[in-house]
Design a protein around this ligand. Sequence first.
Ligand SMILES: Cc1cc2nc3c(=O)[nH]c(=O)nc-3n(C[C@H](O)[C@H](O)[C@H](O)COP(=O)(O)O)c2cc1C
Length: 215
Amino acid sequence: MGISNHYSSNVDNNGPSDQIPLKVLGVGSSMRKDSFGTETLKIVLKKVDEYGAQTQLLNLFDNPLPIYSPDNDFNTSAINHATKMVNWADAFVFATPDYHGSMAGSLKNFLDYFWSEFAGKTFGYLCSSHEKGLTVMDQMRTAIRQCYGWSLPYGVSINSSTDFDKRRQIINKQLVKRIDIFARDLVVYGTLINSQFKKDLNSTIENSYAVRYRK
Ligand SMILES: Cc1cc2nc3c(=O)[nH]c(=O)nc-3n(C[C@H](O)[C@H](O)[C@H](O)COP(=O)(O)O)c2cc1C
């Protein structure tokens, strides 16, 4: 699979050429400074960027959110920053460690702040786990389905004890390939979904879930 620097330069590989670049937000949720998950998320975002999307990173380690409460004063700089990033994005990559077969509390707490912002957007998942993290990804998928977001049907799983060398470089070739496929699919399918959702939002049709998100 080739990588093009510009989204419009390879129609077969990358989809329609008349699209504006997809905006992809990576959300890192490990509270470990040297998180393998967040480090791999940066590699994924670089790949996503090579497929022509725009990318930004919201690292919850650097931008921790207070525990959500409906009674919160939402006007804090961390919440404002996260909200700005979420509203900017057309698609997301969530990275989380596997904690008890589930996502990290920091990621669930982040999700609790948002709902309608996720509708019509595309989501991909990355899990740092010793057990593939399939139940973790399922739980992220369930939360996003509840918010009318679209999830890629597969994700990226990393295992810090086998996929990296001592210098923390990826040594698993299958993982490198999977990241490439994941990044490509996120950009291609994310662009299609984003484009259709925006069309439906801006039209007068009544027979789409998009109707309830019209402002
Ligand atoms: C509270 C807690 C629960 C964990 N539960 C699991 C688990 O159920 N399965 C697993 O494979 N790893 C589990 N782990 C290990 C982490 O998922 C693992 O260290 C992960 O790679 C850390 O990712 P990071 O480097 O991105 O922080 C757990 C770790 C903690 C602290």
